[in-house]
Design a protein around this ligand. Structure first.
Ligand code: SF4
Length: 351
């Protein structure tokens, strides 16, 4: 096994000491249902002696995944309902997803597309890629294209350049956005050459980097992020609010600061989706709002993400607070009460 080979089976995780041998049987059942992969970079961060290790919780299978609740959905954010052609999701008029591949270097235990991703997950090639690009080219209202999957950064630099060249020819697309976990989970892939391969000539380039815990910012991950920023990409964050991983103010605050220190602007903090077998990660919206409110009180404005709910079934993303204004219909001369970071209310007059 080379140093860069991910651990892709329960046997491999047992051999590496990340799973106790007596857990092999139930976890084999999980692995038959959902894909498993832990990269060396993530395996190195796991403390096998800590049963609550937040990195392990994100990547090591758990028997709780075999429990699917009635409200959980195979396609929780409703991609299929908005897919006019294979590989494209066109939910909002001015932007579209281009799903380039359905595989990832790691498989997150809370993944919102866990029913669609896995090893050997289809790459969009040949006639299917032609049809997807033809759709984007024939819809002049599409201003932004979001490359996602799976994780598009498992593709080679040569392949990315081919796709970039074809996207560059679509004049009405002005913004290219890549969604990826690779800089954190497989940072050795991000060479300076690879970072340049992600630039699409003539388009502004954004990369939304997925990380959920401050410990994911290893030295190698910091170097990978610096290479992307130095190549000219604007870096944004994407995190999922996860019980047992980052659902406390100290961890969430440290995560947001780590992003900002590495030139990644906090963007989205997702409420966990209703993906099957993921209830062990979910907290209530009210708990999430309280955490985000605490961030507002403790951290620089640069460190504030938008707390987002993807409405189950495909109706789209909405910000879900918390609210700092409460309406006032009863006090003359007061339109609203504004809550400061100490929880004190201040009168705000009508316009
Ligand atoms: S990297 Fe993204 S698409 Fe891949 S398993 Fe994790 S959450 Fe799912």
């Amino acid at each position: 096994m080379t140093v860069h080979t991910p651990l892709r089976s329960i046997d491999a995780l047992v051999a590496r000491g990340l799973v106790a041998p007596e857990r092999r049987e139930p976890l084999d059942a999980v692995a038959r249902r959902y894909a498993v992969s832990v990269t060396p970079a993530m395996a190195e961060l796991i403390d096998p002696a800590d049963p609550a290790d937040p990195i392990a919780r994100q990547f090591i299978p758990d028997a709780a995944e075999l429990v699917t609740l009635p409200q959980e959905l195979a396609d929780p954010i409703g991609d299929a309902a908005h897919s006019p052609v294979e590989g494209v999701v066109h939910r909002y008029p001015d932007r579209a997803l281009l799903k380039l591949v359905h595989a990832c270097p790691v498989y997150c235990r809370f993944c919102f597309r866990r029913e669609m991703v896995g090893p050997g997950g289809d790459a969009l090639t040949g006639g299917k890629l032609d049809a997807a690009l033809a759709y984007l080219a024939s819809h002049p209202e599409i201003w932004e294209v979001i490359m996602t999957g799976g994780d598009p950064l498992i593709l080679s630099a040569r392949r990315l350049r081919e796709i970039a060249k074809r996207l560059a020819d679509i004049g009405h697309i002005k913004i290219a956005r890549w969604h990826t976990r690779v800089p954190m989970v497989q940072p050795e892939r991000i060479t300076a050459d690879y970072a340049r391969a992600l630039l699409i000539p003539g388009k502004a380039s954004y990369i939304a980097v997925h990380a959920n815990h401050p410990r994911e910012f290893s030295e190698a991950a910091r170097v990978a992020l610096a290479r992307l920023a130095d190549a000219g990409h604007v870096l944004l964050s994407q995190s999922v609010l996860l019980k047992g991983v980052n659902a406390d103010v100290a961890t969430l605050g440290a995560l947001m600061r780590a992003f900002v220190e590495n030139r990644v602007k906090p963007y989205y903090l997702h409420h966990p989706d209703l993906a099957p077998g993921t209830s062990q990660f979910r907290l209530s919206l009210e708990e999430g709002q309280a955490l985000v409110k605490s961030l507002r009180g403790h951290l620089s404005g640069l460190c504030q993400p938008t707390y987002i709910l993807d409405i189950p079934g495909g109706a789209g993303k909405i910000p879900v607070g918390p609210a700092f204004l409460s309406g006032c219909e009863t006090t003359p001369g007061v339109e609203a009460f504004a809550e400061d970071r100490h929880g004190e209310l201040h009168r705000y007059p009508p316009a």
